[in-house]
Design a binder for this molecule. Sequence first.
Ligand SMILES: CC(C)(COP(=O)(O)OP(=O)(O)OC[C@H]1O[C@@H](n2cnc3c(N)ncnc32)[C@H](O)[C@@H]1O)[C@@H](O)C(=O)NCCC(=O)NCCS
Ligand SMILES: Nc1ncnc2c1ncn2[C@@H]1O[C@H](COP(=O)(O)OP(=O)(O)OP(=O)(O)O)[C@@H](O)[C@H]1O
Length: 215
Amino acid sequence: MSIESQPNHFVENIDLSKKRVKCIGITGGIGSGKSTICKVFETFGIPVYYADERAKWLTNNDLQLKKEIKELLGREAYDAHNQYNRKWVAKLVFDNPQLLQMLNMLIHPRVFEDTKQWVKAQSNQPYLLREAALTKAAGNGNDLDKVIVVSAPLDLRINRIKKRDPQRTQKEIEAIISRQRSEEEFQKIADYQIINDEKQLLMPQILAIHQSLLA
Ligand SMILES: CC(C)(COP(=O)(O)OP(=O)(O)OC[C@H]1O[C@@H](n2cnc3c(N)ncnc32)[C@H](O)[C@@H]1O)[C@@H](O)C(=O)NCCC(=O)NCCS
Ligand SMILES: Nc1ncnc2c1ncn2[C@@H]1O[C@H](COP(=O)(O)OP(=O)(O)OP(=O)(O)O)[C@@H](O)[C@H]1O
C-alpha cells in the first residue's frame, strides 16, 4: 500500500487546534507559603487548582470515597452530620505513616481525576497552576510540565502555622512536617524555586517565573 492510500490516523485523531495547556505544579512544606504565592499568580489571571482544598471537598461530596474512607478508618472518620472529621482523622493518620499512605491511595486518584476535569474546562490560558503539598517531579507519572518549589526556614514555617492554625500543637505540626518531603527532596524536584523567608523580596521572584512561563 502506498503511503498516500493509508488511512491517516494521526490527522483523524488529533485536533491540532486544541494544544494541551501547560500545567505547572507548585509545592512546598506546610507553612512555606504556597497558597499565599498562588494568590499573587491569581492576580495575574492564572487559574489555580488547590489540591488540598479539592481533596477536602471530595471527602465530603464523593459518596464512593466517603464509603471507602469509613471502611479504612472507621465510622468516626465522619461526624454526626456525615461530614469529614478532619481533626480526628489528622490525629490518627499524621502519626501513622502506613495509614496515611492508605488514605492517600483512596483520595489521590480521585483528586487526579478531578484535576483532569478542571484542566479540560480551562481554555485560552498561558498556563495553569496546581498547588499541592504532595507532588512528584514534572512528568514523573503526572501531567505537570514544571514544578515550582516554595521554601522557607523551618522555624519560620512552624511559627506561621502556630499563628494560622492555633488549634495545632507544636508536636502535631512537627508530625506533619516529618510526613512530608524534606527540604533536600523538594529541591530535587524543583524546576523553579521561590524563597519565602520574609527577607528576600517575593514579587521579583514570582514575576521572573511568570515571565519565563509566558515566554
Ligand atoms: C489528614 C487530613 C484529614 C488533615 O486535615 P487538616 O484539616 O488537619 O489539615 P490540612 O488538610 O489543612 O493539611 C495540613 C497540612 O498537612 C498537609 N497534608 C495534607 N495531607 C497530607 C498528606 N497526605 N501527606 C502529607 N502532608 C499532607 C497539607 O498540605 C498541609 O500542609 C487531611 O489533610 C486529609 O484528608 N489528607 C489526605 C488528602 C491529601 O492527601 N491531601 C493532600 C493533597 S491531594
Ligand atoms: N511572606 C510572608 N510574609 C508574612 N506571612 C506569610 C508570608 N508567607 C506566608 N505567610 C503566612 O504564613 C501562613 C502560611 O502560609 P500559606 O497558608 O500560604 O502556606 P502553605 O504552604 O499554603 O501551607 P499549607 O501547606 O498548610 O497549605 C499564612 O498565614 C500566611 O499568611
